[in-house]
Design a protein around this ligand. Structure first.
Ligand SMILES: NC(=O)c1ccc[n+]([C@@H]2O[C@H](COP(=O)([O-])OP(=O)(O)OC[C@H]3O[C@@H](n4cnc5c(N)ncnc54)[C@H](O)[C@@H]3O)[C@@H](O)[C@H]2O)c1
Ligand SMILES: [Zn+2]
Length: 366
């Protein structure tokens, strides 16, 4: 077995941590955790889908390293990000006599990471959190950076905390079992990193797409490492989203609006973001920030991945949903725009008509 392993440091003073990336790392989780200042008790939070695939190997690895492990399952899907599931976790922590140095291990996608992360952030005012992301979206995005959150009936991610993990272990072998649609949706965020920070990354996805879509180990490990390095750099400069971190929202203003307008049912997050990136790039072309060829290049890559690039949701619905976006400041929508593949800028948009023109342009200029 190949034991390749990459490490990306996230430097945040006393909240610094490592992201360890490689194939076959679940078997070594115990040994990786043993290097942290933890007591021997740990709770693994997962769901039935991930548990069936990886629960046993994770538990065995932790037990081998001397941990007394309890495993808690929450329901599969977004509905697990609720206050009632957080309460179930707190109870499990009490039952397992978790103390301030006992670890919560989040084994699963972004849903598990956000829920277990929030529970770890708030139990005893914060106990160690280890993220073990098993979806591409979680490996390249949600497990890194310290955002945790729960949904309320009134909206997504309305409750949350900034809380950095003590360690992130991304086993790229777990991506082999991921449904292809989930892999493609995760790739949307990788394309985003290429768009906001690195033309070379963008070019790499273009030239290695077939291998990536076959979930081949080497290109996937490279893409996860590359994405984490970009996100880590941004988070290091702006941990709490006061400024620069906003660039990570490229494609997300319209993406979130589409998710809201469709009740979060029709499209996966990465699919909505793909459409949002096309609209943001169309707007950038209209403002003369980049050329039409950038729009064509982005759209053709997204299409090759199998992601949607336009939607039939009405303009009014999209604009209305943008109005509810919590990132709105002083009645002004800030848009992350592109100055060409690899370069971003943030600019306010106050004119709805400009947004309408961009939505029309994005859907017509294919
Ligand atoms: N905290 C952040 O910074 C941040 C960033 C982006 C997204 N998010 C959140 O992440 C969530 C979405 O995460 P997601 O896309 O990972 O969805 P998810 O966690 O729901 O996982 C998608 C599906 O894949 C299954 N799954 C997970 N790993 C698998 C594997 N290896 N093989 C087979 N199936 C597997 C899951 O059980 C689930 O059914 C949203 O709630 C979103 O708000 C958080
Ligand atoms: Zn996203």
């Amino acid at each position: 077995m190949k034991r390749s392993l990459d490490t990306v440091p996230v430097s945040l003073g006393d909240r610094s941590y490592q992201i360890v990336i490689g194939s076959g790392l679940l078997k070594r989780l115990g040994e990786l955790c043993a290097g942290l200042p933890l007591t021997h008790r740990a709770v693994v939070v997962t769901n039935p889908v991930v548990h069936r695939l990886y629960g046993a190997v994770v538990k065995a690895s932790l037990v081998r390293a001397g941990f007394d492990v309890a495993l808690v399952q929450v329901p599969n899907g977004e509905r697990a990000k609720s206050l009632s599931q957080a309460a179930r976790l707190y109870q499990a922590f009490v039952r397992h006599r978790m103390d301030r140095r006992s670890a919560v291990i989040a084994l699963g996608g972004g849903v598990i990471g956000d829920l277990a992360g929030y529970a770890a952030a708030t139990y005893l005012r914060g106990i160690p959190l280890i993220q073990v992301p098993t979806t591409l979206l979680a490996q390249v995005d949600s497990s890194v950076g310290g955002k945790t959150g729960l949904n309320l009936r009134e909206g997504k991610n309305l409750v949350g905390a900034f809380y950095q993990p003590s360690l992130v272990v991304a086993d790229t072998q777990t991506l082999e079992s991921l449904p292809p649609r989930q892999l493609r949706a995760g790739l949307s965020e990788v394309v985003k990193y290429g768009m906001i920070a690195d033309p070379e990354l963008f070019g790499y996805i273009e030239s290695h797409l077939d291998q990536v879509l076959r979930a081949e180990e080497e290109p996937l490990t490279l893409l996860v490492t590359w994405s984490c390095a970009i996100k880590a750099k941004v988070v290091e400069q702006d941990e709490r989203e006061d400024g620069l971190r906003a660039i990570l929202n490229f494609g997300h203003t319209v993406g979130h609006a589409i998710e809201t307008a469709t009740g979060y049912r029709r499209l996966l997050h990465g699919e909505a973001v793909a459409i949002g990136m096309v609209v943001a790039t169309a707007l950038s072309v209209m403002r003369g920030l980049c050329g039409k060829e950038d729009l064509h290049r982005l759209r053709s890559l997204l299409r090759r991945i199998g992601l949607p690039t336009s939607s039939n949701i009405g303009f009014t619905n999209i604009v209305q949903s943008i109005g509810y976006d919590k990132k709105i400041k002083n009645n002004m929508t800030y848009f992350v725009l592109t100055k060409g593949v690899g370069h971003v800028t943030v600019a306010p948009i106050s004119d709805r008509r400009e947004l309408r023109r961009a939505l029309v342009f994005a859907s017509r200029s294919s």
